[in-house]
Design a protein around this ligand. Structure first.
Ligand code: 3H9
Length: 720
């Protein structure tokens, strides 16, 4: 759909109308084709302004059409026809011009953007490349280095940056349509004869093009972690830089055709839709949090200003929500105040804005929280301490104040029981650093009111997070699943692998970091404390109890032994790896580890054996996946998409592999079941390898596609 109107000055105004983002569906493409040809053939019309309804230019090709048969006019010839018109066409960009939307604007002869508009070619995040001429026109407009950056990262740029880069001709804080119309009117007869056509421009290239592209390709491959699209983006831009336009377009088309059919593109598009759908769900019990209205949150407080607490405070400030930071120790409060202020000042400098006054306050006095709408507790992960804080909050805060915990593993119901308002207690589990990470697990306790959960979910969205509601159990979804995954990595090292070998296999699969590098970064003491709390290690464990079997199942004490020796990871300069200094980042294999492992194996009667890549990958991933099925079985997550979003956004799972549950479906559920059975037979003392009932059930039902799993899960109990 595209609306055609005549506006003063003999101008045709073409408005894309396909809410919410005016995506280029078949009907929109047809509409644009028809209205452009009407404007071209109308002798009264001197020029065209192209805009989008509701202040949004265009969000790109309609992603929902990608799975099916392509109908209507194709995007490329439609866009080429616009560039070829003899009448000036100006894109009036408000809101956003993304993907195919920007490609459409690039084919227009001029671009006027509103100052608040965002522009970009984010196709790479969908496993694709800008396949409607974007890889060929953008480098011709702004040069190879800048185009390569935008196309391979998919980042959105502000109107100001777009102007600086030369993507748009003018920006305005006023009425974009009027400025665009004025622009068309002002195009002189001479300019009309030479309308800018990017398809006929040469591409500005750096002088050392070959070595520049080689370096760019090496960097992109490193960052891509096995994703095909960023690599294809470089190849397409190389074509723009080295071939005539028509040949470059052929390369773009061929690369796009390969990506379009790829499993990776399917995985990334699944991620896109999952991240938007996880906030809505229905449950077997019929309870839906989104039937209840969220409570208003006009201000908030955060207790505990460690790294996590500070990040949460910054997130509130960025969202413009007044927040009080609380720390009991005055010296610690001062350190935190300085850290938070410097982060916010950096933000303000970047945006050329002033630091807003009075948005963030700091206090050591809990009584200052008497009037806040919501409190997030982010103190040390210690049940007794957290209970005390919740008890105090319960007596200090208004009776309708929501009390949230940032706990990553502890039982929310116990915290709720420490208050007089268990129905207003929910978990808000942020991921570190909280001002960067997009994920928020919202924990639904057994007594949490749906409205309280709805409030936390909506607040997460306001903070720019993707909120996923999860049930209450040890570790919720993310940390619960990570345990069997990490255990397998430890067992593999006991059996003969090295930490670096395990990490390498996982990083080659696409994880941002392997298990051991990740543990070193987080600090080995984090897991150690949790294991002590669970009674798996520490003084509570009987000395005679065999180290290799705790509570009847296999347990690896390797990480505990490292902690006992003060090897806590990066912060102590050694952990699973060696660092050049405490706080160092570069992990090097530690020669000490060899002797340590040999001694450990000999004292536990273990003989090192060669462990191959396949075993590392299957045991680590399938243990994780299996726990994911159990999470679904227990009703801790509403569906496979929820689990996958948590893993992609919070645990470094490669988006081009969709998420653990998507991956299991892609490998084939019978194959996953078969391998789990095999490994469980070999390791009967590892319950994490025993195939879950849900996996068996899905296989017995013929392995339905992932979007149908909920129909099978429906019969299983839900905690949501
Ligand atoms: C492309 O263009 C390929 C071409 O190069 C070549 C082709 C040959 N299509 O995110 P939100 C829906 S590939 C269909 O919550 P926001 C979205 O699903 C495309 N639907 O809002 C949601 O639906 P629902 C390149 C789309 O304000 C609703 O709109 N473009 C599309 O937070 C609201 O979305 C992109 O990659 C679409 N293109 O953010 C841009 N876009 O309400 C992808 C959105 O049912 N889109 N929807 O859940 C975005 O990044 C964000 O949606 C945007 C708005 C920034 C636009």
């Amino acid at each position: 759909m595209a609306r055609y109107t005549r506006i003063p000055g003999s101008i045709a105004l073409i408005t894309l109308t396909n809410p919410p983002v005016n995506a280029l569906s078949a009907a929109v493409r047809q509409g644009i084709t028809d209205t452009v040809s009407r404007a071209v053939s109308d002798p009264e019309v001197k020029g065209v302004v192209l805009c989008g309804e509701n202040g949004k230019f265009c969000g790109g090709a309609d992603i929902k059409e990608f799975g099916g048969q392509m109908k209507g006019p194709h995007l490329v010839p439609m866009i080429d026809a616009i560039e070829a018109t003899a009448k000036p066409v100006v894109a009036a960009i408000e809101g956003m011009a993304l993907g195919g939307g920007l490609e459409l604007a690039l084919a227009c002869h001029y671009r006027i953007a509103h100052v608040k508009a965002l522009l970009g070619l984010p196709e790479v995040a969908l496993g694709l490349l800008p396949g409607a001429g974007g890889t060929q026109r953008l480098p011709r407009l702004i040069g190879v280095p800048a185009a390569l950056d935008l196309i391979t990262t998919g980042r959105h740029v502000s109107a100001q940056e777009a102007l600086k880069l030369g993507i748009v001709d003018r920006i305005t804080a006023g009425n974009t349509l009027e400025v665009a119309a004025e622009f068309v009117r002002s195009v002189s007869a001479e300019q009309r004869l030479a309308l800018p056509r990017l398809s006929t421009c040469p591409t500005p290239c750096p002088p050392d093009l070959d070595s520049f592209l080689e370096r760019a390709m090496a960097q992109v491959r490193r960052r891509a972690r096995g994703a095909l699209a960023p690599v294809a983006c470089v190849q397409a831009v190389r074509a723009a830089a080295t071939l005539p336009y028509s040949q470059g377009m052929r390369v773009e088309r061929e690369l796009m055709a390969t990506l379009f059919k790829s499993q990776q593109a399917r995985a990334m598009q699944y991620c896109f839709f999952s991240q938007r759908s996880v906030g809505r769900w229905s449950t077997p019990s019929g309870a839906r949090w989104d039937n209840s209205s969220p409570l208003p949150v006009q201000n908030a407080a955060v207790i505990g200003l460690g790294t996590m607490g500070r990040g949460i405070v910054v997130s509130f400030a960025r969202a413009g929500i007044p927040v009080v930071g609380v720390e009991m120790d005055a010296k610690q409060l001062e350190i935190s105040r300085r850290a938070v202020t410097s982060m916010l000042e950096r933000d303000a400098r970047r945006q050329g804005a002033e630091l807003p006054e009075g948005l963030v306050r700091f206090t050591t006095d809990l009584r200052d929280l008497r009037e806040v709408d919501l409190v997030i507790e982010a103190v040390f992960e210690d049940m007794a301490l957290k209970k005390r804080v919740f008890g105090e909050l319960s007596s200090v805060c208004r009776p309708d104040t929501l009390l949230c915990s940032n706990t990553s593993t502890l039982d929310l119901d116990q915290l709720a029981a420490a208050t007089h308002r268990p129905e207003l207690v929910v978990g808000m589990h942020f991921f570190s650093p909280a001002n960067v990470m997009k994920l928020l697990e919202v924990i639904y306790g057994s007594r949490s009111a749906p409205a309280a959960v709805a409030t936390a979910m909506q607040l997460g969205k306001r903070l720019g997070k993707v909120s996923v509601a999860v049930g209450n159990c040890h570790g919720f979804v993310g940390n619960r699943m990570v345990l069997p995954y990490m255990s397998q990595a430890n067992f593999l090292v006991e059996e003969g692998a090295t930490p670096e070998q395990v990490d390498q296999v996982l990083e080659e699969f696409g994880f941002s970091m392997g298990v051991f590098r990740m543990s070193d970064l987080a600090g080995l003491d984090v897991g150690w404390r949790i294991r002590k709390e669970l009674g798996l290690t520490g003084p509570g464990v009987a000395p005679g109890e065999p180290a290799r079997s705790r509570k009847g199942s296999r347990y690896s004490p390797l990480a505990d032994l490292l902690c006992e020796q003060g090897r806590l990871g990066q912060k102590t300069g050694c952990g699973w790896y060696l660092y050049d200094r405490p706080g160092g980042r570069e992990a090097k294999p530690d020669p000490w580890m060899r002797g340590f492992l040999e001694e450990y194996r000999s004292s536990h009667g273990l003989r090192a054996r060669p462990v191959d890549q396949q075993e590392v990958l299957e045991r680590c991933l399938y243990a994780l996946v299996n726990e994911g099925f159990r999470v679904l079985e227990d009703g801790i997550a509403a569906g496979p998409e929820d689990v996958d979003v948590i893993y992609v956004l919070g645990y470094g799972w490669p988006p081009h592999r969709g998420g653990p549950m998507f991956h299991a479906a892609a490998v084939g559920l019978p194959a996953v079941l078969d391998r789990l059975e095999h490994y469980h037979q070999a390791h009967p003392d590892v319950p994490g390898l025993q195939p879950s009932a849900l996996l068996r059930k899905l296989v017995a039902r013929g392995s339905p596609p992932i979007h149908k799993w909920r129909e099978v899960i429906k019969n299983i109990r839900s905690q949501l």
